[in-house]
Design a protein around this ligand. Sequence first.
Ligand SMILES: C[S@@+](CC[C@H](N)C(=O)[O-])C[C@H]1O[C@@H](n2cnc3c(N)ncnc32)[C@H](O)[C@@H]1O
Length: 322
Amino acid sequence: MAGPASAAPVFVELAREDDAALRAELVRGLTAPAAHVAPKFLYGPLGSALFDAITRLAEYYPTRTEAAIFAAERDAIARACGRGRPLVDLGAADCAKAAALFDALQPSQYVAVDISVDYVRDALQRLQRCHPALPMLGVGMDFTAALELPPQVGPGPRTLFYPGSSIGNFMPEEALVLLRRVHAACAGGALLIGVDLVKPREVLEAAYADALGVTAAFDLNLLRNVNARLGADFDPRQWRHVAFFDARASRIEMHLEAREALTVRWPGGERRFAGGERIHTENSYKYRRGDFEAMLRDAGFGRTQGWTDARGWFAVFVAQAG
Ligand SMILES: C[S@@+](CC[C@H](N)C(=O)[O-])C[C@H]1O[C@@H](n2cnc3c(N)ncnc32)[C@H](O)[C@@H]1O
């Protein structure tokens, strides 16, 4: 007997990536006195697959610790979020974390938002086959530019889902701006967010410089993405991955360091790097629980509930926007 007819996910591409603007952003970062490239350039089909591999590493505790909290607290989390609402997944990637919560949250619609449109498209099409009755919407958007959800998102309060401590990739003042936008997008619903907490340096540094070199490959792949975007001639073999915890700023910093003096060229420009000079590629801020709760309040959220693992390494919060 045939199964129920499977609805196809709908896709909306709100922000077509503007190649000229992205190239200009890359040139600005590469020619700055302290060179930097935004972490969004880590992603793409290979970058997203490498990140997926990172989440399976022994050293990378955030994903499995967060998943354990979701599993242990699923009912309390579902009560706090409210069941039967649209579930909007920010930076959905393979959509796996949200899918694991469908049973508990019983969403009326699943909305996967990601800048890496092709990756999320494949994931959403696979997911739709497993949940044929759940309306699904893919939204290609850069939510650091704006977070106005399309009209295809169901009316009424929504649950915004921002797991994986991705909020830690923003400077605290930028994180606050994003959380204010998220608050508005909740339309009176709630935010379900995962946040990495301060912990011993050796645990943090191992998570961002693993023994197999998967995080190094993820970081170095950014150079290939820059080559593709900018027509630059980075050779990843001339660079090494460096990650360390800056306790004063409470953040992990990831950098690519030139192994020797070299010049990188692209159409219309070049940058000379001394041996040992670095390109800053990512920050990952680690919060104290009370500090993050204060930030949620500053962003406009009301009552907040939080859960951590037994070691206090990671926290999951539900913050009410209504
Ligand atoms: C580190 S992955 C997290 C995936 C998954 N949510 C998790 O927690 O494991 C970050 C995802 O966010 C997407 N992303 C990063 N910056 C973004 C932005 N500014 N706007 C939209 N998506 C973004 C990336 O393409 C990637 O798929």
